[in-house]
Design a protein around this ligand. Structure first.
Ligand code: ADP
Length: 399
């Protein structure tokens, strides 16, 4: 097991396509880290550079104590699981799992009847090697619940079972790190959720450093000890799932993480009496105490307020202050909760996630209370920085 360190790694493909741009990242020993971002953000390229399947244009990648920039993939001691599993169709599950280890055997050439005659002690060692491979395969099969499938060929397996065999083949190698590239994409929704939980249990058990790539933010949030949010070849934020959800560093991260996504309101900060208030156009919302101080230098500037759907709740009559007056457009019941789509005169398609028992009528009007302590304020651009978190302004970079 090992830590994996990327230092200022860049990848430029022919045609001057910058897929990964000056990425630095430390993946701790035993950590499960997930690279997530929209399609084309450079996450697979990053993973493939760690695996050695793509050359690095600039920068350094270290696995454990070894700089691997010029180390062949087979010598990096990592195991990769792909979306399409890439199992050998003519081999049984057992042989698929054994294949990589058989190739790497030290005494393999003595493992035959002639070895007894001419190999001396080497025949014994070859047999021990084979036994060790068998032990690893049976242990991994048991861990994954595929003991009964060892004699089957891949075509006689379901998608979920094939996926497990692919993971099993990675486990038996006992590598320094696991690399997963969208391994659940080919599974149906239910199986994806089950397999997700299994991968997490498995990681608890084997504790191998894991780098996992997905475009699905929910998968990233459920699996990762930490999540790396990427866009356009650049890392925007690295943090625990809670951190990236509750304290997104910019508007891109805020909008990418969470379903339904965060609601955004264009407006400006104004001073009313001695209080700072966000003016949405038709509604004025008083900032909470912490934001009053932090945002005082942004008065009269255009800003974007971001609020998560679960922080918008129907206001009771007694409440005043931070409330929005909205029209109710559509109600989507989700069992226990419902998503209510509302609009103000200036902002459409605002979603509130509220208790399904709340009496609400489509086509009516209502007042919505905004939990202003959980509101975020962003500079008014697509990737505008979050100016309301304690980490703003960012500390100067020390090179
Ligand atoms: P992701 O995995 O996040 O979807 P990729 O790492 O596959 O993104 O790709 C990042 C960028 O690099 C994209 O713009 C993609 O089109 C480009 N790219 C990926 N592979 C190649 C390649 N072999 N040649 C040229 N461009 C590539």
């Amino acid at each position: 097991m090992a830590e994996v360190v990327l230092e200022r790694v860049t990848k430029i493909y022919p045609g001057d396509i910058k897929a990964v741009d000056d990425v630095s990242l430390v993946i701790n020993d035993r950590e499960f880290i997930v690279l997530v971002g929209p399609s084309g953000c450079g996450k697979s390229t990053t993973l493939r550079m760690v695996a050695g399947l793509e050359d690095i244009t600039a920068g350094t990648i270290r696995i454990g104590d070894t700089v691997v920039n010029n180390v062949a993939p087979k010598d990096r001691n990592i195991a990769m699981v792909f979306q399409n599993y890439a199992l050998y169709p003519h081999m049984t599950v057992y042989k698929n799992m054994a294949f990589g280890l058989m190739l790497r055997r030290q005494y393999g050439s003595w493992d035959n009847p002639l070895g007894i005659l001419f190999g001396g002690g080497k025949y014994k060692k070859a047999r021990e090697e084979r036994k060790e491979i068998d032990r690893r395969i049976r242990a991994a099969a048991e861990m994954l619940g595929i003991q009964d499938l060892l004699n089957r060929r891949p075509k006689a397996l379901s998608g979920g079972q094939r996926q497990r065999v692919a993971v099993g083949r990675a486990i038996v190698r006992e590598p320094k790190a696991f690399l997963f590239d969208e391994p659940l994409s080919n599974l149906d929704a239910k199986l994806r959720i089950e397999t997700r939980a299994e991968l997490k249990r498995l990681h608890r058990r084997v504790q191998t450093t894991t780098i996992y790539v997905t475009h699905d933010q929910e998968e990233a949030m459920t699996l990762g000890d930490r999540v790396v949010v990427m866009k356009d070849g650049v890392i925007h934020q690295v943090g625990t799932p809670f951190e990236v959800y509750e304290r997104p560093v910019n508007r891109f991260v805020a909008s990418f993480v969470g379903t339904p996504p965060m609601n955004f309101f264009e407006g400006r900060l104004v001073r009313v009496g001695d209080k700072l208030v966000f003016d949405e156009g038709d509604n004025q919302l008083a900032l909470c105490d912490a934001h009053q101080q932090r945002l005082s230098s942004f008065v009269d500037q255009p800003l974007i307020m971001g609020v998560r759907p679960e922080t918008l709740l129907p206001a009771t009559d007694a409440e005043s202050g931070a409330a929005l007056s909205v029209a109710v457009d559509v109600v989507e019941p989700l069992g226990e909760r419902m998503d209510v789509f509302v609009s103000t005169a200036r902002h459409g398609h605002i979603v509130c996630r509220i208790d399904a028992r709340t009496p609400i009528e489509e086509g009516g009007r209502m007042d919505i209370r905004v939990d202003m302590e959980r509101a975020h304020f962003f500079e008014p651009t697509d990737d505008g920085r979050n100016i309301s978190t304690a980490s703003y302004p960012p500390a100067a970079k020390v090179m």
